[in-house]
Every structure is written in structure tokens, then in C-alpha cells.
Design a protein around this ligand. Structure first.
Ligand code: NAP
Ligand code: GDP
Length: 359
């Protein structure tokens, strides 16, 4: 008790609410939720876009797109976990104080494929809630003009009708395999509406389908299906062993190439002003089975032996077919990269960057 009293005194706490918040570990959050006039002001000219998760699959793709079409009136800042652990409110606040963003694309997340989701449900929930809470609150405190966060089609209800559209996000429980991730991500949409209603914040979100491309996490145990299969095929070629798909190969997925998604994210940042989410996906006709994807990968890697299946492994959600008509209405000219071309580029990148690639 004495040490708590001494610590609260040291921390400059004078009310009972502050003392309770301090004891629960919220002192710094409370202190920094005071009016933004307390934040040292710094003249801000032009647009400063902070991209969290800037070192990941999507972040690197946004960087490539922005480098190709830089605008003089926009400064883009890409950060990873080494710049700030966004699970920590104070570290997030310090990052915002350094960068002074006018706009934020929030990509950072505790991410992984089906098998990582099955193993770490608690961390998927906690870490993502912590990061999203810190980023949103800082966007509010630093008067960020627009925040775009990232959901996923895998967070939709498991038992649903198809195709899924943006209005169906909360209509039932997600698939149990990724319930930690799904519930944390769904709360972004809830919080967007609450910050908008209470504080007038312009927060929105995008809902991509499965993403793949250069700079992905090619870990066989933790990664998503495409990087996992590319790595397994690479190893099978090197060792002369089997190339094995986990599960039956029957589940269906829509895959978006990371550079296509990056172009769409930049478009959302500049042009999409609705607080309601928007699905960023290829059309329903582009949905493919996991077995088909394995076939494309084998072809792109010139792997000519039979592809095996391990049906003792989970299939996860059978499908999550998404309707991209909202996007196509707003951006009718957008052209998606075919899965064959996107996989060819990704495989080439992985083979060339094998030593340095995340795996
Ligand atoms: P990724 O390649 O795994 O990258 C994750 C990013 O988050 C990295 O930059 C990482 O930084 C950062 N990060 C992780 N923990 C952090 C922490 N505690 N503090 C600060 N930064 C942290 O993921 P991605 O595939 O690009 O995913 C981007 C967004 O798309 C995520 O919001 C994800 O939920 C969403 N999404 C992904 C998919 C998919 O198929 N990949 C599908 C739908 C939606 P370090 O590099 O320093 O670790
Ligand atoms: P999801 O789309 O959110 O379920 O996540 P993933 O990208 O991990 O894809 C999972 C689907 O791919 C399931 O049907 C798995 O059975 C299948 N799959 C087949 N081989 C692999 C693999 O090597 N890694 C992963 N992550 N999934 C695989």
C-alpha cells in the first residue's frame, strides 16, 4: 500500500479516479487523454501520412506504390515495431508526437495464418486490441484528419449467406479457428463509429480478402497459405521431398496481390470518406480452391511431381466469398493482377531473396 501511495504521489496523482487508473496501469493513458492543447504544438505543413505496419507485406507494397507516384504535398512515414511497440500506449503516443501525422493508415497487427491463429487465440485478441486502442486514441488526441484501419474477410460470421457484404460484419460468431483475431478486428469497426459519433473523428476501415506478395512472412508454421506453400514447394524442390498441401485442398479463397491492395489503400486514403468499411477484393468469379493455388505455385516453381495432401490438418473456414460491388461502383476502372501473374512475381521474389526473406 505504502509503495502504491508513494508511487501515485511521484506520478502527480491527486484524485481517487487517477489513483485507481494508475493502479490499473492506465495512468499514462489518462494523462494523455487530456485536451490535445497540452500536446506541444508544431507547425504542420501539408499532409503527413503515418503508415503503421510499414515493414510488413502490405506496408512494403504501399511504400512501393508511393515511391512510384510521389506527390510533393504528401510526406509518407513507414514504421515497424522497432519504431514503437504499438501495444504500449506511451510508446504509441511518443511516436505520434515525433511524426505529427495528419493521416494514418493503420496496418500493424499480430498477423498469421490458420495454424498460428489456432495456437495463439489469446495473443491474437489481446495484442490487436491493445494496438488498435492505442492508435485510435492517439489519432483522436493528435487531431488526425483521417484514419484508415485494416479488417479482413476472415472476421465475418462463419454461418452466413454468400456473398458476404460490408453490412454483414457483426451478424453472427466468426469461425472458431480465428476467433481471437476476428473479435479484436471487429471492434475496430465498432470503435470507428463511436469515435465518429462522440468526437467527430473521421475513422474508417477496409476489408481485404487473403493477401499475398513480396515481403510476406514465408514461415511454414505461422504464415498464410500462399507464402507457406511457396516455401514448402521451394524446400521440396531442393530436397527432392514431397510438396504437401495441408487439409483437403477444397476450401475456397479470393486472393488479392499486395500491390493491387496497396493501390486501393492509397485510393481509400485520398478519396473514400465513408466511416463504413469497404471490401477490397477481387470478384467472386476469381475465387479459387487451395488445391488450384498449389497447382499455380508448382507451375510457377517448375515443380513437376505430384502435389500431396495431408488431410489430418485443419481446413479452417470452408469459404468466405466476398462481394466487391461497393468497390467496383466507386472505382469501376480498377484492374486486378491475375493470380497466375501475381504468384509468378511472388515466387521470383522469394527465390531471389531467399536468405533475407521472413521465414
Ligand atoms: P505482416 O506482413 O505480418 O506485417 C505486420 C506489421 O505489423 C509489421 O510491420 C510489424 O512490424 C507490425 N507490427 C506487429 N506487431 C507490432 C507491434 N506490437 N507494434 C508495432 N508494429 C507491429 O502483416 P500484413 O499481412 O502486412 O498485414 C497488414 C494488415 O492487413 C493487418 O492489419 C492484417 O490484419 C491485415 N490483413 C492481412 C491479410 C493477409 O492475408 N496477410 C488479410 C486480411 C487483412 P515488424 O516488421 O517490426 O514486426
Ligand atoms: P485463412 O484463409 O484465414 O483460413 O488462412 P490461411 O491463409 O492460413 O489459409 C488456410 C487454408 O489453407 C486452410 O484451408 C488450410 O487447410 C489451407 N492450407 C494448405 N496448406 C497450407 C499451409 O501450408 N499453410 C497454411 N497456413 N494453410 C494451408
Amino acid at each position: 500500500m505504502e509503495s502504491i501511495l508513494a508511487a501515485t504521489k511521484d506520478a502527480g496523482i491527486s484524485t481517487i479516479e487517477e489513483a485507481i487508473a494508475f493502479t490499473l496501469g492506465y495512468k499514462s493513458a489518462m494523462a494523455s487523454s487530456s485536451p490535445s492543447s497540452q500536446i506541444p504544438s508544431k507547425a504542420q505543413s501539408g499532409t503527413v501520412v503515418l503508415v503503421t505496419g510499414g515493414t510488413g507485406l502490405v506496408g512494403k507494397a504501399v511504400q512501393e506504390v508511393i515511391e512510384a507516384e510521389a506527390r510533393a504535398d504528401e510526406k509518407w512515414v513507414f514504421v515497424g515495431s522497432k519504431d514503437a511497440d504499438l501495444r504500449n500506449f506511451d510508446a504509441t503516443h511518443a511516436l505520434f508526437a515525433r511524426v505529427r501525422p495528419t493521416h494514418v493508415i493503420h496496418l500493424a497487427a499480430f498477423v498469421g495464418g490458420l495454424f498460428r491463429n489456432l495456437k495463439y487465440k489469446t495473443e491474437f485478441f489481446r495484442y490487436n486490441v491493445q494496438m488498435n486502442d492505442a492508435v485510435m486514441q492517439c489519432c483522436k488526441e493528435f487531431n488526425v484528419k483521417k484514419l484508415v484501419s485494416c479488417l479482413s474477410t476472415c472476421i465475418f460470421p462463419d454461418k452466413t449467406t454468400y456473398p458476404i457484404n460490408e453490412t454483414m460484419l457483426h451478424n453472427g460468431a466468426p469461425h472458431t479457428s480465428n476467433e481471437g483475431y476476428a473479435h479484436a478486428k471487429r471492434m475496430i469497426d465498432v470503435m470507428n463509429r463511436m469515435y465518429n459519433a462522440q468526437y467527430g473523428c473521421k475513422f474508417t476501415s477496409v476489408i481485404p480478402t487473403n493477401i499475398y506478395g513480396k515481403h510476406d512472412n514465408f514461415s511454414i508454421q505461422d504464415g498464410h497459405v500462399i507464402p507457406g506453400l511457396i516455401h514448402k514447394c521451394y524446400k521440396a524442390k531442393q530436397s527432392g521431398g514431397d510438396f504437401t498441401v495441408w487439409g483437403t485442398g477444397k476450401p475456397m479463397r479470393q486472393f488479392i496481390y499486395s500491390l493491387d491492395l496497396a493501390r486501393l489503400m492509397v485510393w481509400v486514403m485520398r478519396k473514400y470518406d465513408d466511416p463504413d468499411p469497404i471490401i477490397l477484393s477481387v470478384g467472386e468469379k476469381e475465387e479459387v480452391s487451395i488445391a488450384d493455388v498449389a497447382g499455380h505455385i508448382a507451375k510457377a516453381m517448375s515443380f513437376s511431381r505430384a502435389v500431396k495432401k495431408d488431410t489430418t490438418k485443419s481446413d479452417g473456414q470452408f469459404k468466405k466469398t466476398a462481394d466487391n460491388s461497393k468497390l467496383m461502383k466507386l472505382y469501376p476502372d480498377f484492374k486486378f493482377t491475375s493470380i497466375a501473374d501475381g504468384l509468378k512475381e511472388t515466387v521470383q521474389w522469394f527465390e531471389k531473396n531467399y536468405d533475407a526473406a521472413r521465414k
